[in-house]
Design a protein around this ligand. Structure first.
Ligand code: IDC
Length: 480
C-alpha cells in the first residue's frame, strides 16, 4: 500500500513536471521591462466606497477554521491587533465553510454567521477589508477534506484514503465522485446540490450586504472538476455555478465584489485557464464587480521544495507564465486581480527571496495579495510560540493602501529606501491617497518629494496625501 502511494506520488509528479516543462518552453523568455499597473491599458482596480483604488495586502485567516467544530479560525481580537501592528496589513481572506453555513439542507446557521460578523468587526475597526472565502479542500469531511457538509457528499459507496501530500487526495475515488455528483457530470444529477450552494451564498450575502468591512466573496476555493478537467470543466459546470452564485447574491447584495478562481490544478502553476467572462447583474448600468483571484504555487514549491538550485529557474519561468496567463484571463473577465493565495515554508532555502519576488510582481501587476496563511507555524510570520519568523520583516513592507484616482505605478526600492507612487487624480474624487510606511523602514516617518498636501499619523503609520485631478507622482524616503 505504502509503495503504491509512493509510486503514485512519483507518477503524478513526473507527469506534472513534463507538462510544466512543455508549457514553460512554449511561453518563452520574459518580456521587456517591469509591468505597469496602468488603467489606460484596461487594467481594473478594486475600489472602495469612495472610488479609491485599493492596494490589498494581507493574509488568509485561517487554515485552522477548516477543522474547528465551530468553524472559527484560531484568532482572538488581540491577534488581529498584533497582525495590524506587526505588518500594517489592510486585507484578510477569511475562511468560511459550507458545512457551517448550511448544516442541514436549507437551514442556515445564523449563529455561525454572527460569529463570523464579530470577527469581521475586529478587522473593520482596524481599517481592514475582509474577503469571505468559501473554502474547501478535497470537497469535504465526508471524504477526508473540508468544506462541504456531509449531507451534500455523495460517493455512491466509493471511498477516499488519506494521502501525502494532501493534494493527491483529489484523485481518490470517493472525492472524485463527490465532485462529479456535485457538478452533475455523472448520472444521478446534482442540480439540487449546486442550487444549495448558490442559496448558501445568498444567505451569507444577505447577512453581510450592508457590512462595509466586507470587500467581497470568494465563491469557491480551488475548484476541482473531478473527472471533468480543463476548459471543459471551467467553461461548463464551473462557469454555470459561478453565474448561479452571482445571480443569487445579487438578489440581496448589489455592492460587494465577487471573486472567482480558476481550476487550481494548472492555473496555480502558470497554465492557462478556460474560465469565461461572467455577467454581473448589478442593475442600473452599474459597472460589474467581478474580481479574479487565482492562486500561485509554482510546482517545485507545491511539491515542498524551496527557491534554490535548478528549481529556481523553473520557478522564475512559472512566475512569468503565471503573470502572463493571469493578466490575459483578467482582461477576458474584465476583472482586477488578487493573488488569492501564495505561500511557502519560510525555513526552505531561498524562501524569503521568493516571497519578495512575488510581492514585487504583485506591485507591478497592481494586484492584491493574500499570503497563505496566518496560522502560527512554519509558513507564517509567527511560529507556534508566536515568535516572529524570518517572514515577518519581509511582509512588513511599504506600499500605498488606497489611491485617490487611477494608479499608474508604485514601487518600493529596498536598496534606495525609496517608495515611488504615481497616479492620475480624477475630478470629483472623494478621499485621499493613503500610504503605509512601516517603522522598520521609516522610523521617523517619510520625507515626501511632490507637491501634495500631507498629514502623518504615527500610530497607524499612514501618510495621507491630498490630491486633486491630474497627474501625481511622489517619492518617499525615510525622514532623517
Ligand atoms: C493547507 C494547509 C494544511 C492542510 C491542507 C489541507 O496549510 O495544513 O493540511 O491545506 O486542508 C492550497 C489550499 C490551502 C492549503 C494550501 C497549502 O487552498 O487550503 O492549505 N494550498 O497546502 N492550495 C495550494 C496550497
Amino acid at each position: 500500500m505504502k509503495s503504491l502511494a509512493a509510486w503514485r506520488t512519483w507518477a503524478v509528479g513526473a507527469v506534472v513536471l513534463a507538462v510544466a516543462a512543455a508549457l514553460l518552453v512554449a511561453v518563452g523568455p520574459e518580456g521587456a521591462g517591469a509591468g505597469r499597473a496602468d488603467t489606460a491599458s484596461g487594467h481594473r482596480w478594486i475600489t472602495d466606497r469612495q472610488g479609491r483604488a485599493l492596494v490589498l495586502r494581507g493574509l488568509s485567516t485561517a487554515s485552522s477554521a477548516k477543522e474547528a467544530p465551530d468553524g472559527m479560525p484560531w484568532i482572538e481580537e488581540k491577534d488581529v491587533e498584533r497582525e495590524r501592528r506587526a505588518l500594517g496589513t489592510n486585507f484578510v481572506r477569511f475562511l468560511l465553510q459550507w458545512r457551517k453555513v448550511e448544516p442541514s439542507p436549507g437551514t442556515y446557521d445564523t449563529a455561525y454567521l454572527r460569529q463570523v460578523a464579530e470577527r469581521v468587526r475586529w478587522y473593520g475597526e482596524r481599517g481592514y477589508h475582509v474577503l469571505l472565502d468559501m473554502h474547501q479542500d478535497l470537497y469535504g469531511p465526508g471524504v477526508g477534506g473540508n468544506g462541504a457538509p456531509k449531507w451534500a457528499t455523495r460517493t455512491d459507496g466509493l471511498t477516499s484514503a488519506a494521502t501525502d501530500p494532501w493534494e493527491l487526495g483529489y484523485a481518490e475515488p470517493g472525492t472524485v465522485r463527490a465532485f462529479d455528483r456535485f457538478w452533475g457530470t455523472v448520472e444521478g444529477d446534482g442540480r439540487d446540490l449546486r442550487a444549495h450552494y448558490a442559496k448558501a451564498w445568498r444567505a451569507v450575502a444577505e447577512h453581510f450586504a450592508d457590512d462595509d468591512t466586507v470587500i467581497g466573496y470568494d465563491l469557491m476555493n480551488e475548484p476541482w472538476g473531478g473527472s471533468v478537467q480543463g476548459p471543459a470543466f471551467e467553461s461548463g459546470p464551473l462557469a454555470r455555478l459561478y453565474q448561479d452564485c452571482i445571480d443569487a447574491i445579487r438578489t440581496v447584495d448589489r455592492g460587494h465584489w465577487l471573486f472567482v478562481e480558476p481550476s487550481a490544478i494548472g492555473a496555480n502553476w502558470g497554465f492557462a485557464t478556460g474560465l469565461p467572462r461572467l455577467e454581473d447583474p448589478r442593475g442600473d448600468g452599474d459597472e460589474a464587480r467581478i474580481a479574479y483571484a487565482p492562486h500561485l504555487y509554482p510546482l517545485p514549491m507545491d511539491l515542498g521544495g524551496g527557491y534554490t538550485g535548478d528549481a529556481k529557474g523553473q520557478v522564475d519561468a512559472t512566475l512569468r507564465a503565471w503573470r502572463e496567463q493571469t493578466e490575459k484571463t483578467a482582461r477576458r473577465l474584465g476583472a482586477p486581480v488578487v493573488i488569492g493565495e501564495f505561500g511557502i515554508d519560510v525555513g526552505l532555502p531561498g524562501a524569503m527571496e521568493y516571497v519578495e519576488k512575488v510581492q514585487r510582481m504583485a506591485d507591478d501587476m497592481g494586484a492584491g495579495i493574500a499570503y497563505w496563511s496566518n496560522d502560527p507555524g512554519p509558513w507564517a510570520p509567527w511560529d507556534a510560540g508566536m515568535k516572529p519568523t524570518r517572514l515577518l520583516p519581509v511582509l512588513d513592507r511599504p506600499s500605498p493602501r488606497a489611491i485617490a484616482g487611477d494608479p499608474v505605478t508604485f514601487r518600493w526600492d529596498a536598496a534606495d529606501k525609496a517608495l515611488t507612487v504615481s497616479w492620475r487624480g480624477r475630478a470629483g474624487m472623494r478621499g485621499d491617497t493613503e500610504i503605509h510606511l512601516p517603522a522598520r523602514h521609516f522610523p521617523e516617518g517619510g520625507r515626501v518629494e511632490g507637491g501634495e498636501k500631507r498629514s502623518w499619523d504615527p500610530k497607524s503609520r499612514i501618510l495621507t496625501l491630498r490630491s486633486g485631478p491630474g497627474a501625481h507622482s511622489v517619492r518617499i524616503t525615510p525622514r532623517a
